[in-house]
Design a protein around this ligand. Structure first.
Ligand code: NAD
Length: 427
């Protein structure tokens, strides 16, 4: 039976707990177990079915979730995913990882996540807008700048955030009116991040996840002092596509990339600028001239220095991990490695940079966006990138020293770093 992403998340948590318990007395162990016990359950789940009017005048019911996992360190924070395979177990796992992600990068936010079961590619723009607004209405009064702050994730983007925040503000106004209260806007724009620039978004947000991951990679290579150069990227979306561009600009050789339709490989390196144009025109990377087509499965087995999963979860499993030849796996996607695959990577001495550290740049700049909205500020891109770099380097340094202290891999070290901060806040 396939384990769900949430089962995998709990397994990771248990592994970290085993390492944390070493050297503690029995009282300390009991206290620790109690705190970890609380983190095994989300605080709240909102499960909604909501109607959307289709262009042909029919009405379709969609199913959506919001998981508010933990708010010990601040308001719930996490993206909204539109995908046909969205499930409650997946959203729970993603919300849990948001909790540890915000803690590892040390921003004052908790963890949440949302999702709608839908294939957005089958909807017109108008239907997509009605779906986005319908989801916000269905979530009632559960969002807010000091309560729960959504952002984009797979198949959602700044345009969708603009619809959502607009719907949220409209609903807030009518709630006030219904309660007979004066119509005074609060910090409502800050209730959603990842918005377009002209709707309260932040410079640098779109690139932030990829850029943050790139800063983490630079910090790691600096520690390792290895001349690693070749990279394969699975998933040429917002995160993977921008990462490939940044890495190739910095002199790395991107030899393979893929998307849901398939991948391309050229051991001499791909021209990422041309490839991005090609994807824009054709809708995919497949059949890109000057490269061989390659399946997504084969891409993971290429003899590259750095492998970057940037698509969906559970990509590396017990059945394919043995074939992986990369020296470093930089997890830009959430949950790409199952615990069984992790064990194999550990055995093969493949260094895995865990998702909730490697892809924490996005939520970091989301926090910057929230902060700018609240304080009515607008930072330059260079300020955003400078602060992002500081945050990423600090987070990496802390995880690196923790891994040395506990003689653990980076994932367990990142959990220990995050959990210590969450438990302190729980007090
Ligand atoms: P996206 O929708 O922009 O891109 C996803 C890409 O993956 C697309 O190119 C798609 O074609 C490709 N893909 C889908 N299935 C695939 C498969 N089986 N094999 C290869 N490619 C496949 O999404 P995104 O925002 O780039 O997010 C990608 C990952 O990064 C997700 O796991 C997401 O949770 C994570 N993430 C995103 C952000 C963010 O700021 N967008 C932040 C943190 C983590």
């Amino acid at each position: 039976m396939n384990e769900s992403p949430f089962d995998n998340a709990l397994k990771q948590l248990n592994l970290a707990l085993i390492v944390m318990k070493k050297g503690l007395n029995s009282d300390e162990k009991r206290i620790l177990e109690r705190k970890v016990g609380r983190l095994k359950f989300p605080e709240r789940i909102i499960h909604a079915w909501f109607p959307v009017k289709m262009d042909n005048d029919s009405e379709k019911i969609f199913e959506g979730y919001r998981v508010q996992y933990n708010n010990s360190r601040g308001p719930y924070k996490g993206g909204i995913r539109f995908h046909p395979q969205v499930s409650l177990e997946e959203v729970k796992a993603l919300a849990f990882w948001m909790t540890v992600k915000c803690a590892v990068v040390n921003i004052p936010l908790g963890g949440g996540k949302g999702g709608v079961i839908v294939n957005p590619k089958e909807l017109s723009d108008k239907e997509l807008e009605r779906l986005s607004r319908g989801y916000v209405r269905a979530m009632g009064s559960n969002f807010g700048p000091y309560l729960d702050i959504p952002a984009p994730d797979v198949n959602t983007n700044p345009k969708i955030m603009a619809w959502m925040v607009d719907e949220f503000i409209k609903n807030q106004r009518s709630r006030l009116k219904a309660a007979g209260l004066k119509n005074k806007d609060g910090d409502w724009l800050a209730a959603f991040t990842g918005k377009p620039l002209d709707k309260g978004g932040s410079e640098g947000r779109v690139e932030a996840t990829a850029r943050g991951g790139f800063y983490i990679l630079e910090s790691l290579l600096h520690k390792l002092r290895k001349p690693y150069k070749t990279i394969a990227v699975q998933g040429m979306g917002n995160v993977g596509g921008i990462f490939a561009r940044l890495a190739s600009l910095a002199g790395f050789k991107i030899v393979a990339v893929s998307d849901s339709r398939g991948g391309v490989y050229n051991p001499e390196g791909l021209d990422i600028k041309l490839l991005s144009l090609y994807k824009e025109q054709t809708g995919g990377v497949k059949d890109f001239p000057n490269a061989d087509n390659i399946s997504n499965e084969k891409l993971l087995e290429l003899p590259v220095d750095i492998l970057v999963p940037a698509a969906l979860e559970s990509v590396f499993t017990a059945s394919n991990a043995k074939q992986v030849k990369a020296k470093i796996i930089l997890e830009l996607a959430n949950g790409p490695t199952t615990p069984e695959a992790d064990k194999i990577f550990d055995h093969k001495k493949i260094l895995v940079v865990p998702d909730f550290l490697a892809n924490s740049g996005g939520v970091t700049v989301s926090y910057f966006e929230w902060f700018q909205n609240i304080h009515n500020q607008s930072w330059t891109e260079s300020k955003v990138n400078r602060l992002l770099k500081n945050k990423m380097e600090e987070a990496f340094a802390k995880v690196w020293t923790t891994s040395k202290k506990y003689h653990s891999g980076l994932r367990t070290a990142a959990y220990i770093t995050a959990l210590s901060r969450i438990f302190k806040a729980m007090k």
